[in-house]
Design a protein around this ligand. Structure first.
Ligand SMILES: [Zn+2]
Ligand SMILES: [Zn+2]
Length: 310
């Protein structure tokens, strides 16, 4: 597992992705265990989805987190199980992980309050917690996203089931139609060149035009580039010279619905470093398309870092 800032070869990146396969599998098992449990005390009333398709056509995503009341026990269990999983499977600094563990086990931070803060995209409160408790921000961010995904996956899957009649081809936005977060990775089917975006925050995948910039919707090909290790056609990074944002992309015959996105997202981190070295930026893992109630999320922009990226 490398922490070097030099650009790796395509083969070395493939090896990196394999390193993270065990985490991807363990995390999938973690989600599956909670799938059978009651994690919400209250969910939105059925009619809250009324005229949803019209909302989607206006660019409004499905999840309204304030409708959900979270189970205390599920939050507690998820916090400690995930900390254990990260310690076992990822190259995170043990003292930083231990610090997160101790603020929860000492009662200084309430697991449900923390999950609710992140689930409701309260970036201001999240940063206060990080500062007040002396947590390492990149690790706390990573932990928060993977912890809250458990709740978002379930809520978003349910919401998407309700609107089976809506064709996500009509969404045409770069942010997630289910939860509003920005994609962490794009998947390209080498057979038909179709591109699918993946939401790290809720696991939703949705189709998006092959060539445009997901952030500013720039379509001008002279203002876009695909960069990456020499000689490797995948994975690569799509960069936009208009907004300076970038998005990693991988070509794979494995359908997006079954693609091991987590291992690929983590294993291609050398490409993030490469893109940033060229002056391009990527939103924080927590960043989402903010509505009027969540402007504090702006604070979290452009900090796409993983805890071992120092
Ligand atoms: Zn999402
Ligand atoms: Zn752009």
């Amino acid at each position: 597992m490398t922490r070097s800032r030099k650009a790796l070869s395509g083969r070395e990146i493939e090896a990196e992705i394999r390193h993270f396969a065990a985490f991807g599998d363990a995390y999938r098992d973690f989600l599956a265990r909670f799938d059978k449990e009651r994690i919400f005390i209250e969910e939105p009333p059925e009619d809250s989805c009324g005229s949803v398709a019209a909302h989607l056509l206006e660019g409004r995503y499905l999840l309204h987190a304030f409708y959900y009341q979270l189970e205390i026990k599920a939050c507690e269990k998820a916090v400690f199980e995930l900390l254990e999983l990260l310690g076992r499977r990822l190259p995170v600094r043990k003292e930083n992980l231990g610090r997160i563990q101790s603020v929860f086990s000492s009662g200084k931070l309430d697991p449900r309050e923390f999950v609710v803060t992140v689930f409701r995209n309260r970036g201001d409160r999240f940063l206060n917690v990080v500062r007040e408790q002396g947590l390492e921000e990149d690790l706390a961010t990573f932990f928060a996203v993977y912890l809250t995904r458990l709740f978002r996956v379930k809520a978003c899957r349910h919401l998407c089931e309700d609107i089976g009649y809506f064709d996500f081809e009509d969404w045409r936005k770069g942010y997630c139609p289910a939860c509003g977060h920005w994609p962490a990775l794009a998947h390209v089917d080498p057979g038909n060149e179709k591109r699918t975006l993946w939401c790290l925050n809720c696991g939703t995948v949705w189709p998006f035009g092959r060539l445009g910039c997901v952030y500013c919707l720039n379509q001008e090909q002279g203002r876009m580039d695909l960069i990456g290790p020499p000689g490797a056609s995948s994975p690569r990074i799509q960069v936009c010279h208009d907004c300076r944002e970038y998005l990693k992309e991988v070509h794979s015959p494995i359908p997006a619905e079954r693609f091991p996105f987590d291992a690929c997202f983590l294993g291609t981190h050398p490409l993030d470093l490469f893109a940033r070295g060229q002056g391009f930026v990527h939103e924080s893992l927590l960043a989402f398309e903010a509505d009027d109630t969540s402007r504090e999320a702006q604070l979290l922009s452009h900090r796409m870092r993983l805890p071992w990226d120092h």
